[in-house]
Unconditional design. Structure first.
Length: 123
C-alpha cells in the first residue's frame, strides 16, 4: 500500500486501505479519493514540499561535514597521542644525556661536555 503523506493529505488526497481479502476491481489494495482542500492547506503543502526538497539538497553536505568533523577529531586524538609519546621519548633521552654527563663529568673538559649537551656556556 502506498501511504498517505502529509502533503497529500493537505492537498485533499485520502487513501483508505482495503484489506477485506477480495480487494478492488482495479487490483489496488487501497481506495483513493480526492477531497477539496483549503487555500491555506494547499499553501502549507507547497511550503512543506519546498522545505523537504531543500533539506534533501543540503543533506549530503551535512553528512560530509559530519564525516570530516569526525575525521578531524580522530586526527586531533592521534596528534595528542603522538605528542605524548614524543614528550615521553624526549624525557627519556634527556635523562640518558644527564646520566652520560654525570658519568663523564670528571673525565671530559667542561667545554666538550657543554658542546655535547648542546648547552651554551656563560662567558
Amino acid at each position: 500500500m502506498t501511504p498517505n503523506t502529509l502533503i497529500e493529505r493537505l492537498r485533499g488526497l485520502i487513501r483508505v486501505p482495503v484489506n477485506d481479502g477480495a480487494g478492488l476491481l482495479d487490483g489496488k489494495d487501497f481506495f483513493e479519493r480526492q477531497f477539496p482542500a483549503s487555500r491555506i492547506a494547499l499553501e502549507a503543502a507547497d511550503r512543506i514540499e519546498a522545505l523537504e526538497a531543500a533539506l534533501q539538497q543540503v543533506t549530503p553536505y551535512v553528512e560530509a561535514f559530519r564525516r570530516e568533523e569526525k575525521r578531524a577529531d580522530d586526527l586531533a586524538r592521534d596528534l595528542d597521542d603522538l605528542r605524548a609519546a614524543l614528550a615521553a621519548r624526549i624525557e627519556k633521552l634527556e635523562a640518558a644525556l644527564r646520566e652520560i654527563a654525570d658519568r663523564y663529568a670528571n673525565t671530559l673538559p667542561a667545554e666538550v661536555a657543554i658542546d655535547a649537551l648542546g648547552l651554551e656556556q656563560d662567558k
